[in-house]
Design a protein around this ligand. Structure first.
Ligand SMILES: [Zn+2]
Length: 210
């Protein structure tokens, strides 16, 4: 039996939405989108936004927003090779307190995909390249991510002004370029360990505030 669900929201760009209780006591409403953009397989990636209740999403507030690009190894397996996992956990803790939106973009490895990311790791280990040099050695640009998608997701959620949680100035500029007003840029903590020291150094060299 196929059940046709009624429209879930104000925007036709939102395909589905469901409330999901999360460990730690918070609860988030997960949204999926029909928002275009092609992944490497030609299909549009399943980007996700999660709305957390709290003062920042109440009327009169300016929502706290984090744009987080998928990192399977860091987010799911707590890889020490990058700082994605601890950044995601730090963001979730802030959302629990203040409310806000997590935009979880399915653009693994700064947009190059999991296979290429593993190849890039291999180059870093074997040839001593940094994360950006390794991507270039594989024929990619430094960063293949597209923040226009994040802006369209926010617009579908009727969010026009944000306080952005990031150390990456490209993300704030990317949102503003696509019509989202960035009221404030709030840095995340520095999550350094002996395995990601070089990775963080390369990100600093690329202009991240770390
Ligand atoms: Zn990562």
């Amino acid at each position: 039996m196929v059940i046709d669900l009624p429209p879930v929201s104000v925007s036709p760009a939102i395909k589905a939405s469901a409330e999901i209780p999360l460990a730690g006591g918070a609860s988030g409403r997960f949204y999926s989108f029909d928002i275009g953009g092609a992944g490497r397989d030609g299909k549009a990636p399943d980007h996700v936004a999660v709305r957390f209740p709290g003062p920042s999403v109440e009327p009169g507030g300016v929502p706290l927003v984090r744009i987080h690009s998928e990192c399977l190894t860091g987010d799911v397996f707590a890889s020490l090779r990058c700082d994605c996992g601890p950044q995601l956990q730090e963001s979730l803790a802030l959302f629990g307190a203040q409310g806000g939106y997590l935009l979880y973009l399915r653009q693994e490895g700064r947009g190059i995909g999991l296979v290429a990311k593993l190849k890039a790791y291999q180059l870093q280990i074997e040839q001593g390249l940094d994360t950006f040099e390794a991507n270039r050695a594989l024929g990619f640009r430094d960063d293949h991510r597209d923040y226009g998608i994040a802006a369209r997701m926010l617009q579908a959620l009727q969010v026009e002004r944000v306080r952005l949680l990031t150390n990456n100035p490209d993300k704030a500029a990317g949102l503003e370029e696509h019509g989202i007003e960035v009221d404030a840029v709030l840095p995340t903590r520095r999550h350094e360990n002996p395995h990601n020291h070089r990775y963080l150094h390369a990100k600093r060299e690329q202009g991240h505030r770390l």
